[in-house]
Ligand binder design. Structure first.
Ligand code: BGC
Length: 744
């Protein structure tokens, strides 16, 4: 070793020692025996009260805040230890610099966590969650969450504020786009799949981000569908229909939970000990940390359950909220509250411990920059495999609502008129909550068609999404007259769904319905492609269109995916995860309603119905067509009576009776005929997606056990009751065949 090398190794040794001195308590040297709990304890012992409160504080940076930014100068906040986590901060370059301030310029060098709303993709954008739910494909949901995590983690992020698992039966609520729709069973399975996808092989892997289940609880049930509004439901109803998806996500390992803005049984969720302590931690065994929604501690003053923000902070902390998002309430008042004995040191330490534990699990004390790799970022974002997956999942999410005269699939040689305000659009395709996604990366439907079409395409816009300008109708009409077939692309603007976008009119905005009516008058086949974030009320479209494709917001690969469906190289297999009402007056309309004492009878006036509308929705939950047809045999069971710990096998033969191969989502529903409390007329208990070649028959087997028949009984215990059950199998909630079984 020459002198120079010696000097260098001496310096490295010193630096290493310095590193050890700095981090000795928290860093795990190779082969170290310290558990995470021991490391957390030793770090906690060194922290001042202010440093602890800093760890309980989450601020947004200036990027894409979702509300008023009430704190500025976040770099100073990091430096002074006033915050331990940031959101809306992403990209390697940006997060590396913020992290550098945390680990080089603060006393204890505790790394930051970076969070972001990565809801349906980071840069490569997948269908909105409601659309993806229509695929009834758990592997697809897991894959899209995984790819979102790979990209987000490559861009410096550790944490996504997803999945949103709020059950919703009211399409007026704009955030319905972010969830899995109206059904609890489908919602649970998708919640698990999405958590698995985000968190992958576990925290600390650089292809995973931690999940945050939201919005706990019952945020999807605001009165009147108006965002942030009061939630009022019985405990039984909550536990039966709304709680299970949160529970499923937690069981799947979700590391964090976000509280909701609404109140629940009179107490805002952010200060609700029953929800956060009794149910979440005691009953569900949640071990991670709880973060509030954006300033939801502060908002408890408006709820009127506390006199000021200081009291709001006390209510939240005592209820079990660990981290304050953006409200700076803990930051400003907790020390004083502690002095006054309104909160305890123990509660503060417990919250900080939960947060630090996760920072250790993420491996940030070993390498605070492990998620900051510019080469990885460049390689992963919008990579070819990610775009291919986005195209595939987008195709799977499309629902064929109508297809008269076999208008679809289209011939590639046809003379095509492509019309409508969303036909040549790219900016809306990423939908709401689209993270770092950009319309510039999207393939419009027109571009997707042009890439595959051989004949002539004539594009005319026709009208805007909004407004009453019909001046483009004449050109659209002429284009339609000159064509063999018309494709009309209509819907909402992406900004019309998502947070704070509740609506009382959920029909097609503007003059779009009139445009369709006008085009239908040509007598040409009119194929309507709908782009929207919620179930719409579209009886006139249903009347005038020859075929309808529900395309939601499909993301980056929209045009390619839709062209695959329109030309039939992909046979649509999506099924609605939420009912499409006939009118707003029917809302809420959902498939798993309870029976009444006067169930609907068309021959009796005195039964539960409207005098001006059917009870049924326009398109029910579970509904969706294919380019082929499926026939169901009568279901059979291998035994009609069974006991606890036994299984009933339900068999059904499904045949593809059409001319092309296709996939069918075979759905299994159950009705408990007599319960100690009223039971839904049908509840989804299982589904299988099966690919059948033309003419092929497959027999599918579902297994039902006693645990599938449990519910909150009269005495509020959770369990089954002996008796008879109607088992139903079919390709939609409104088209099923029945068989009876009984539980001893
Ligand atoms: C939303 C949350 C979101 C948060 C941070 C809030 O307004 O309700 O879902 O995670 O903002 O962006």
């Amino acid at each position: 070793m020459n002198l120079r090398n010696k000097a260098l190794s001496a310096t490295l040794l010193l630096l290493g020692l310095a590193g050890c001195i700095t981090f000795s308590a928290y860093k795990t040297p190779k082969g170290a025996e310290k558990t995470i709990d021991q490391r957390v304890d030793s770090l906690l012992a060194k922290m001042t009260l202010q440093e602890k409160i800093g760890q309980m504080t989450l601020y947004t940076t200036d990027w894409g805040a979702t509300g008023p930014t009430i704190r500025e100068g976040y770099t100073n906040d990091i430096r002074s230890g006033a915050c331990g986590a940031l959101f809306n901060s992403h990209t390697v370059e940006f997060t590396r610099e913020l992290q550098r301030v945390a680990v080089e310029e603060t006393r204890l060098k505790i790394p930051l966590i970076f969070g972001y709303d990565v809801i349906h993709g980071y840069k490569t954008i997948f269908p909105i969650p409601l659309g993806e739910a229509a695929a009834w494909d758990l592997a697809a949901a897991e894959q899209s969450a995984h790819i979102a995590a790979v990209e987000a983690a490559a861009s410096g992020l550790h944490w996504t504020f997803a999945p949103m698992v709020d059950i919703c039966r009211d399409p007026r609520w704009g955030r319905v786009m972010e969830g899995a729709g109206e059904d609890t069973y489908l919602g649970c399975r998708l919640a698990e799949a999405r958590v698995r996808g985000f968190q992958g092989k576990g925290l600390g892997n650089t292809d995973a981000v931690m999940a945050c289940v939201k919005h706990y609880a019952a945020y999807g049930a605001p009165m009147g569908g108006r965002d942030y509004n009061t939630v009022e439901m019985s405990d039984r109803y909550f536990r039966e229909f709304y709680l299970p998806p949160y529970a499923a996500a937690i069981k799947a390992g979700a590391a964090t939970v976000m509280t909701s803005f609404n109140d629940f049984d009179g107490v805002p969720a952010t200060g609700n000990k029953y929800l956060l302590n009794d149910i979440l931690r005691d009953e569900l065994g949640f071990k991670g940390f709880v973060v509030t929604d954006y300033t939801s501690i502060n908002e408890m003053t408006s709820h009127g359950v506390v006199a000021n923000e200081k009291e709001a902070g006390e209510l939240a902390l005592n209820a079990g909220v660990d981290m304050d998002m953006q409200g700076a309430v803990y930051q400003r008042f907790t020390a004083e509250s502690l002095k006054e004995g309104k909160v305890s040191q123990k509660e503060i330490d417990t919250a900080v411990r939960r947060i630090l534990r996760i920072k250790f699990e993420l491996g940030l004390f070993e390498d605070p920059y492990k998620f900051c790799n510019a080469a990885r970022e460049k390689r992963e974002l919008l990579s070819k495999p990610h775009r291919e997956a986005a195209r595939d999942i987008a195709r799977k999410s499309v629902v064929l609502l109508k297809n008269e005269r076999e208008a679809l699939p289209l011939s590639k040689d046809a003379k095509l008129a492509v019309i409508g305000p969303l036909a040549d659009n790219t900016s809306d395709l990423i939908g709401p909550w689209s993270a770092a996604g950009s319309g510039d990366d999207c393939v419009s439907l027109l571009a997707g068609l042009k890439a595959q079409h051989k004949g002539k395409i004539n594009y005319v816009k026709g009208c805007d999404v909004e407004g009453d300008d019909r001046s483009g109708f004449t050109a659209a009409f002429s284009a339609a007259q000159a064509a063999d077939v018309v494709v009309v692309v209509v819907g909402e603007r992406a900004t019309m769904s998502g947070e704070a976008t509740s609506k009382v009119d959920i029909g097609l905005p503007g003059v779009q319905s009139l445009l369709i009516e006008k085009l239908a008058a040509t007598g040409k086949p009119v194929i309507v492609v709908l782009m929207n974030g919620r179930p719409l009320v579209i009886p006139e479209v249903d009347k005038n269109a020859t075929a309808i494709l529900e395309a939601w917001w499909l993301g980056t690969e929209t045009g390619n995916a839709l062209a695959d469906v329109l030309y039939g190289s992909y046979n649509p297999s999506g099924k609605l995860p939420m009912s499409f009402p006939r009118s707003v007056g029917q809302i809420p309309v959902f498939y798993n309603e309870k029976s009444t004492g006067r169930p609907f009878d068309p021959n009796s006036k005195w039964t539960s119905k409207y005098i001006d509308s059917p009870n049924t929705p326009l398109y029910p939950f579970g509904y969706g067509l294919s380019f082929t047809t499926f026939q169901y045999g009568a279901p059979t069971v291998h035994k009609t009576r069974f006991r606890k710990r036994e299984i009933v096998k339900v068999q059904v033969a499904v045949t593809n009776t059409g001319k092309v191969a296709g996939e069918e989502v075979v759905q299994l529903y159950v009705r408990d005929l007599v319960g100690s409390v009223t039971r839904p007329v049908k509840e989804l208990k299982g589904f299988q997606k099966v690919m059948l070649q033309a003419g092929e028959t497959r027999t599918l087997v579902f297994e039902l056990g006693e645990e599938d028949l449990r519910f909150y009984r009269f005495d509020s215990t959770f369990g089954s009751e002996p008796g008879e059950f109607d088992v139903m199998v079919g390709g939609s909630s409104d088209e099923v065949q029945h068989i009876r079984i009984s539980l001893d």
